[in-house]
Write a protein that binds this ligand. Structure first.
Ligand SMILES: [Zn+2]
Length: 124
């Protein structure tokens, strides 16, 4: 008796199982609002770090660097690294510090006024 060798062509399974089992109706609790966390600028930071709010941006009065997020940590780091001299030249809770802050703020207003200058119209 000859045993016929069956050519088992089952080697390549063409069955592609579409794993459509994952159609779970679970609703994730992603109710997070699109608005990112709002950081409120604290007025005392003007004296603490010489920062102020300019057009919804936290702006350094000393070097005019603007930070996107008015976070206390960012202000503190910037002030301590960039303007550590101010901490000694203008000690906290001192009159000289307040006057310096007022001077810087007045300068800022002057700059703002300069921006809104007359618009040159090119006559063709
Ligand atoms: Zn600065």
């Amino acid at each position: 008796m000859y045993e016929w060798l069956k050519r088992s062509s089952e080697g390549t399974s063409n069955e592609e199982r579409n794993a459509s089992e994952g159609s779970s109706n679970k609703i994730l609790d992603e109710c997070a609002p699109k608005k990112s966390k709002v950081y409120h600028f604290h007025q005392e930071w003007e004296l603490d770090y010489f920062f102020t709010m300019v057009k919804e941006k936290c702006c350094c009065l000393i070097c005019n660097t603007s930070l996107a997020m008015p976070k206390k940590g960012n202000l503190e780091r910037h002030f301590n690294t960039m303007h550590s001299k101010y901490q000694t030249d203008f000690p906290p809770n001192s009159e000289i510090r307040k006057s310096k802050l007022q001077a810087l703020k007045s300068q800022l207003k002057v700059q703002e006024n300069m921006f809104s200058g007359p618009i040159e119209q090119s006559v063709g």
